[in-house]
Design a protein around this ligand. Structure first.
Ligand code: MCA
Ligand code: AMP
Length: 504
């Protein structure tokens, strides 16, 4: 048996001397170097007793070494488990206890805190610095530069990515080698990637967008990337003439539009601008077209499914839509309760099926079962319709979720944290239109009787427990929350009341 995903990359790999990534610190990495260094890291993983199927949890700053570690995990047959660098120790503790990784890899600066946590679940902790320093890197540098990849089949797990739940705890989406390989192959073809492409990679690499959509597509087409640690709009403009593709969340495009240097001349070498992870406003699409002459290509995906739909490469890229189902993906609009297919044009639950769709949530068979129909369709939680020309529109969410700058934030998690504070009676967390982040997380709070708790105190207290990007941008105090006759908080009313909070 071969190693399903890594073999797929190998089959498209160019000559070893070809550039894989040019990094913003001046370094360049070739495909040959990637093969050698990922081989060394794979040897190191085996030496650390990582066995096929073992989880390797990784919370490190974006760096080429982190990409090499991802590839080493694939080659060693391990399950890669990337974690947002913003996660707090409280959040990490849950992920470690749930996933039970064999190994935790982190930045040197957090090593002692994280090692103490990892030890509780029996995991060893090693470090990987952005500059190539660290205990894992040291160990790997002494090992052979070739490696016999561990056999992994299409259905074996390649990665677990945690996605927050609308109720309760985060769930680990289990992604197989074939989930990732099939989606990367389809995207390469659909978006016409070739070995000549140069992608500006300015996304984080701990989520689907930066890791699987961006990085896997580059590896699957033998192309190269300009690898940026941070999204810096002025710098992105300066890189445009040397690149052919940019992938980003809508906030990237909103911020780039604020730059004077963005014009047709700057964008003339670019083949395609791609957006996803959150809705791109039609007005951003229009403004971009006016400034650059390019229609942004919007696509739609999820952690659980990789990419489901895309606007066409050739043909009309329709603003406010996410295009058509990708080849191999079946998408239907169904009645949210019964699952019965609805007529064209009707709004319902978006459900998908295909080789891209994950196998289930890690050690949560009941949650998995609840999110699939009996005929195998995955219930996305997104509400949409298919128009007369076949374009898919996302018109709302059946799940209580806020998407801020491309990151998902589940109100339930924040409400539980806020409600647990002394001085708070109850809270409702909502998303409100935000000019930069798309939606701004907003907490509406009812104080406990006689309490004088302030917004700053609330943010200070929960800020120690949840990642910073999740923190409400505003805290609003009210005497009571609006409820319907069933006693359910009417978030629609709250969203309406505060709709101009960030734009007025
Ligand atoms: C940073 N902050 C945020 C966000 N990002 N607040 C709300 N929403 C955010 N997205 C906060 C920080 O905590 C900090 O707070 C302050 O804003 C500035 O932080 P900084 O690091 O400078 O922010 P930034 O560099 O300006 O980051 C904004 C960003 C970033 C570039 C838009 O959020 C980003 O890279 N987003 C991409 C997320 C992504 O890759 N999503 C894909 C998920 P303070 O000032 O208090 O310290 S995959 C997915 O969704 C599916 C599968 C799909 O379809 O792709
Ligand atoms: P995540 O669970 O972080 O992978 O986020 C997936 C969710 O992001 C989807 O269920 C959608 O709600 C949203 N999403 C992704 N791409 C788009 C898009 N192009 N337009 C609207 N929503 C999107």
């Amino acid at each position: 048996m071969s190693n399903h995903l890594f073999d797929a990359f190998r089959s498209r790999m160019p000559a070893p001397g070809r550039l894989l990534m040019e990094i913003d610190d001046g370094r360049s990495l070739s495909y040959g170097y990637m093969l050698e260094r990922s081989a060394q890291l794979a040897h190191a993983l085996l030496q650390l007793d990582v066995e096929p199927g073992d989880r390797v949890a990784v919370q490190v700053e974006k760096s080429p070494e982190a990409v090499l570690l991802y590839l080493a995990c694939l080659r060693a047959g391990a399950v890669f488990l990337p974690l947002n660098t913003a996660y707090t120790l409280t959040e990490l503790e849950y992920f470690f206890s749930d996933a039970e990784p064999r190994l935790v890899v982190c930045d040197p600066a957090r090593a002692s805190d994280i090692a103490a946590l990892a030890e509780k679940t029996g995991a060893a902790t090693l470090t990987l610095g952005r500059d190539g320093q660290g205990t894992l890197t040291d160990q790997a540098s002494r090992l052979p530069m070739d490696f016999h990849d561990v056999a992994r089949g299409p259905d074996d797990l390649a990665a677990i990515l945690y996605t927050s739940g609308t109720t309760g705890r985060s769930k680990g989406a289990m992604l197989s080698h074939e989930n990732l390989a099939s989606n990367a192959r389809v995207l390469v073809e659909h978006w016409r990637f070739t070995g000549e492409d140069v992608l500006i990679h300015a996304l984080p690499i701990f989520h689907t967008h930066g890791l699987f959509v961006a990085t896997n597509v580059i590896l699957m087409s033998g192309a190269s990337m300009l690898f940026e640690q941070k999204f810096d709009p002025a710098r992105i403009i300066s890189l445009l003439p040397r690149a052919t593709v940019l992938m980003g969340v809508p906030t990237f495009y909103v911020r780039l539009l604020q730059q004077d240097g963005l014009d047709r001349e700057a964008a003339k070498n670019i083949r395609v601008f791609i957006s996803g992870s959150a809705p791109l406003l039609a007005e951003t699409h229009r403004a971009w077209r006016e400034r650059t002459g390019h229609a942004i290509l919007e696509r739609y995906g999820m952690t659980e499914t990789n990419m489901n739909t895309s606007n066409p490469y050739q043909g009309e890229r329709r603003a406010g839509t996410v295009g058509f189902p990708l080849p191999g993906v079946t998408l239907r609009i169904a009645d949210p309760d019964s699952g019965a297919a609805l007529a064209q044009g009707e709004v319902g639950m978006i459900e998908v099926k295909g080789p891209n769709v994950f196998g289930g949530y890690w050690r949560m068979p009941e949650k998995t079962k609840a999110e699939f129909r009996a005929d195998g369709f995955f219930i996305t939680g997104d509400l949409g319709l298919i128009d007369a020309d076949g374009y898919v529109h996302i018109v709302g969410r059946g799940k209580d979720l806020v998407i801020s700058g491309g990151y998902n934030i589940y109100p339930k998690e924040l409400e539980s944290e806020i409600d647990a504070l002394d001085g708070v009676s109850e809270s409702a967390v909502i998303g409100v239109a935000h000019p930069d982040f798309g939606e701004g997380v907003t907490a509406v709070v009812v104080r406990a009787p006689a309490s004088r708790i302030t917004g700053a105190e609330i943010l200070g207290a929960i800020g120690e427990r949840v990642a910073k990007y999740k923190l409400p941008k505003r805290v609003i105090f009210v005497d009571e929350l609006p409820r319907n006759t069933m006693g359910k908080v009417q978030k629609n009313l709250l969203r309406e009341t505060y709709k101009d909070l960030y734009t007025a």
